[in-house]
Design a binder for this molecule. Sequence first.
Ligand SMILES: Nc1nc2c(ncn2[C@@H]2O[C@H](COP(=O)(O)OP(=O)(O)OP(=O)(O)O)[C@@H](O)[C@H]2O)c(=O)[nH]1
Ligand SMILES: [Mg+2]
Length: 459
Amino acid sequence: MQTDTIAAIATGMSNSGIGIVRISGDHAFEVIDRIYRNKKGEPQALSKADTHTVHYGFIYDGDEKIDEVLVLIMRGPHSYTAEDTVEIDCHGGSLVVKKILEAAIRHGARTAGPGEFTKRAFLNGRIDLSQAEAVADVINATNEYALKSSVSQLGGSVSRKIKELRGKLLYEIAFIESALDDPEHISLEGYSKKLKSSLSPMINEVKQLIQSADNGRIMSEGVKTVILGKPNAGKSSLMNVLLGEERAIVTEIAGTTRDTLEEHIYLQGISLHIVDTAGIRDTEDVVEKIGVDRAMRAAGDSDLIIYVVDGSRPLDENDKEIMEFIRGRKAIVLLNKTDLTLLVKKEELEGLTGQKVILISAKEEKGIGVLEQEIKDLFYHGELSFNDQLTITNVRHKEALEHAYESLQMVERSIEDGLPEDFYSIDLMDAYEQLGFIIGEAVDDDLVNEIFARFCMGK
Ligand SMILES: Nc1nc2c(ncn2[C@@H]2O[C@H](COP(=O)(O)OP(=O)(O)OP(=O)(O)O)[C@@H](O)[C@H]2O)c(=O)[nH]1
Ligand SMILES: [Mg+2]
C-alpha cells in the first residue's frame, strides 16, 4: 500500500530530558537522509542502514544545524505502524523538537493527525481496533487498575476472547448454511438441541463481559462513594479527613451541608469519587429537602455507601431510614465521635445493619487507617474486586456486546419456539457481526476516524 509519510512530536510539549520526533511511511528514510548528518558532519544515507539500528549524528535543516541526535531506523513491517519508521531522539527543549519536526515536514513528510500512527498500525493489520483503543486507554490511565486492564487489552486479551466467541458462532452458521444447501448429505436432525447446549455457555460469557463493564467504569472513573448519615453525624468532617484539607464546611449546626459535594481521592492506588451529602432527615425546609433528595439519589447510584453514625446520640428514625436503605447495598458502617461518651453500642449497630462496624473519630482522626484498609480489602478480595478478570472498559465494546447478547437470546427463543433453522442463522450472523465491531471488522470509516480523533497528537 502506498502511503504518504507522516511526522509528529511523540513526546510532551514541555521542556524535558529528551524529545522524540517520529516519521512513518514509504518515504520516511528519504526524509531522514535529507536532514541527517553523521558525527563528522557529512551526509549519510540511513536508508541503507540495517533495520533496528541506532545512529549518532546531527539534524540539519539545509545548512542550519539544529541538534545532536540519536536516530532509530525501523523497517516495516517491524515497527509500531508496520511501515518504515524513523525515530529521532533529540534534546527535549520544546523549540528544538519543533524545529526538527519542521525540518522533516520541509523535506517530504506531512504533519500527522491525532492518533494517526496508531490508526496506521490498525489499517496495516498489526493491531485490531480494540487494541488500538487500549493504546489510548494506557495513555489516559489515571490509576493502577485502569493501567493494568488497558495493558492487558493492548496485549489482545479482549480480542482473543471475542475471536474465540466468533469462531464458535461461525462454526454454527457454516453448519446450518451447508446443511440447508446440501440436505442430502448434512442432516439437521437433532441439531437445534445441540445448538442450544453450545449456545448457553456463550451467552453466559457475553453476559459476564457486559457485567465486567461496570468494573471497567469503576476503574476509569473511580468508585462512586457516597457518605450518608443523619445531620451532624460528622459526614463533612470525614470528607475533610479523607481529603486531607478543609474542603467541606463543618459546624455544630445540624443541616450545614445542603448540596452534594464531590471530590476525587486516591487511596493506595484506588481512585474514589467521593460525595458528601446533606444529612438525612424529614424537614420542612425547602432547600434542605432538595439536598436530602439529592443525597438519596446519589446513594442510589453509588458503588459504595459510607454510613456515618453519630455515636454520641441515640439512634433515631433517620438512622432507621438509612439502615433500611443500605440493606443489600455495598456499605461500610462507621461509628463516629468515639472520643465522646458513646450512646450507641458497636454490637447493637452491627446487629441492626448486619455489617461490620468501624469505630472512628473524625475530629481526632482516629480509625481512618482501618477505614482505608477496609475499602482496599473490598477491592482486593471483596465484592468490588476485579483482579485478573477480563474487564470491558470501553462503552463502544459494551454496546456491541449488549446487541450480541440480544441476538443470541433471540436464537435461544427461536429454538424454543421450534422455528426453522434459517431463523437461527440470521441472529447468529447478527451476533457474529456485532462482536466483529469490537475488533474493528466491517466498521465504517467514520467510526474509525472518530475513534482515532480522540487520541493525543503524536500517537
Ligand atoms: N467530638 C467529636 N465531634 C465531631 C466528630 N466528628 C464531627 N464532629 C462535630 O460534629 C459537628 C457536625 O460535624 P459535620 O462534619 O458538619 O457533620 P455533618 O454530618 O456533615 O452534618 P450536616 O452537614 O449538618 O449533615 C461539628 O461540630 C463537628 O466538629 C468527632 O469524631 N468527635
Ligand atoms: Mg455536612
